[in-house]
Design a protein around this ligand. Sequence first.
Ligand SMILES: Nc1ncnc2c1ncn2[C@@H]1O[C@H](COP(=O)(O)OP(=O)(O)O)[C@@H](O)[C@H]1O
Ligand SMILES: [Mg+2]
Length: 236
Amino acid sequence: MIISFVSEKGGVGKTTLTSNLAIAFRELGKRVLVVDGDFRTASLTLSFGITKPPFTILDLLERADLKDVIISHPSGIEILASPISSNLSYLELTGLNFPSYFDIILIDTQPSIKASLPFIKLSDKAIIVSTQDIPSLFSARKVFEKLKKMGIETGIIVNRYRKIIKKEVIERFLDLPILGFIPEDDRVLKSFYRGFPAFYLFPKCRFSKEVRKVAYRILGLNFKESIFDKLFRWLK
Ligand SMILES: Nc1ncnc2c1ncn2[C@@H]1O[C@H](COP(=O)(O)OP(=O)(O)O)[C@@H](O)[C@H]1O
Ligand SMILES: [Mg+2]
């Protein structure tokens, strides 16, 4: 399954969700490849602590074998790095395809649907990431409609969720399928400095639990919350 993470707005959490969902899928025993499809900032590559990748997508386009250009991260995730600051035209990507060695391929993209189209077209599903502010949700809705028109399967993740606005209000406002609400959590920033996704370092925290729920939902699995988690949530 190939999934791309998209939005028209920057800074909403595409990179954060790509890396953390990768760990959630790994935890489920899947072979996961993440692809840094943001050639402007390459933040996915950076979020795994890689500042100077030995290989990048460019090598792949020059017909190198995928297995020779992926980077193995200690978290168990395989990475296809972005050529940082490359001027590479996205058109060149049209011929790109990934072999079936991986169970799940997650593609992080830049904040532009148009520029990310070659990646979106390769994907079975394009997940839109939004924060809970109105402009971001509005933009997410527009992207949703655009992708639907193109016949692309899609859904929305609301990231950096804080309880200022009730989930039901956001759901009513969007009136579209929401895959999950991922809470705001300082561990995301802390983990970035350590070169590991927060999910890997703090698998039991609320943030990771919500990411895990989304991973289950994407795979069509039934997520069972433990009795302690339920009680804890109820007491809060
Ligand atoms: N759930 C979260 N909690 C706290 N900080 C977050 C969360 N998600 C993202 N961030 C922070 O927000 C910023 C933008 O996130 P990022 O994933 O890079 O967005 P995008 O890839 O859409 O541009 C980063 O500094 C990241 O650390
Ligand atoms: Mg990003």
